[in-house]
Ligand binder design. Structure first.
Ligand code: CA
Length: 230
C-alpha cells in the first residue's frame, strides 16, 4: 500500500430535531466528514466517551441530558479535550455564558448558514490538532508524530505505514480499548479494505515490535488495546 489515505475528520452531531440533524449530517458528510449522530444527551455522552470525535456539535436543548450537562460531564470524564461547538436558538448573553462555563469551545446560533457550520467545525478540529503534543509516551514506547517514528526503551523500531497508523491509534486512545470498526475507520477512512487487512497490519506491527509485541493486546470480542502501565 503506497498511499495512506488521510482519515476523514470525525464529528458527532447531537441534535434531537430529526430534520435539522439530517440537514447538518448531509452538509458535513458532503464535505468529507465522518459523521456519527445522537438524538439525546445520554447517547451523545456515551458515544463521545467511547469514540472521541474531533468535534462534538452539541445542541443545547436535548432530552436525557441537556447540552450543558453533556458538556460538563464530558469535561469531567473524557481522557482528552474534545472540542465542543454548542448549537442553540437561544441568544441571550447569559445562555452563552452558561455554555462557555460548562466547557463549550464555540457557539453557533440557529438558524445558521451551512458554510459557517463548516468553517467553525474545521477551525475547532484544527485547534484540537494543534493542541496535541507531537510526542506520545506510553510505557516503554515513544511515538513522535512529526517524524512518524517509534522507539521502545530508547531503541528505534521499524514501524511504518499502516502498522504505524494502527499503533498511533492505540496509543492515542490508551488506556481505552479501540474497537475493530473504529480502527477500520481511522486507518482507511471511508474506503473499507479487503476483510483481512486489519489482521495483516496487526501481524506486521507485532513483528516490528519484536520483544515488545505483548504490549498490543487483543481484547476478544471488543478490539485492541495498548497494555502499558498507567
Ligand atoms: Ca433541541
Amino acid at each position: 500500500m503506497s498511499d495512506i489515505p488521510t482519515p476523514a475528520p470525525h464529528i458527532l452531531v447531537a441534535e434531537d430535531h430529526a430534520a435539522l440533524r439530517a440537514q447538518i449530517v448531509a452538509v458535513l458528510a458532503g464535505a468529507g466528514w465522518h459523521v456519527d449522530e445522537a438524538s439525546d444527551g445520554r447517547l451523545a455522552l456515551q458515544l463521545a466517551l467511547e469514540q472521541p470525535p474531533d468535534v462534538l456539535l452539541l445542541d443545547l436543548g436535548l432530552p436525557g441530558l441537556d447540552g450543558l450537562q453533556v458538556c460538563q460531564r464530558l469535561r469531567a470524564e473524557a481522557d482528552r479535550h474534545i472540542p465542543v461547538l454548542m448549537l442553540t436558538a437561544r441568544d441571550t448573553l447569559a445562555d452563552k455564558g452558561n455554555g462557555f462555563a460548562a466547557g463549550a469551545d464555540d457557539y453557533l446560533l440557529k438558524p445558521f448558514a451551512s458554510d459557517e457550520l463548516l468553517w467553525r467545525c474545521r477551525a475547532l478540529a484544527r485547534r484540537g490538532e494543534l493542541g496535541r503534543s507531537p510526542l506520545l509516551e506510553r510505557g516503554p514506547l515513544r511515538i513522535d508524530r512529526r517524524s512518524a517514528s517509534v522507539h521502545c526503551a530508547g531503541q528505534p523500531l521499524p514501524v511504518s505505514g499502516q502498522a504505524y497508523r494502527l499503533l498511533l491509534a492505540l496509543a492515542e486512545a490508551w488506556p481505552r480499548t479501540v474497537s475493530r470498526s473504529e480502527l477500520l475507520r481511522q486507518l482507511w477512512a471511508d474506503e473499507p479494505p479487503e476483510s483481512d487487512a486489519l489482521r495483516s497490519h496487526l501481524y506486521t506491527l507485532r513483528q516490528a515490535l519484536g520483544s515488545a509485541q505483548s504490549l498490543v493486546k487483543t481484547v476478544h470480542g471488543v478490539g485492541l488495546r495498548l497494555d502499558v502501565p498507567g
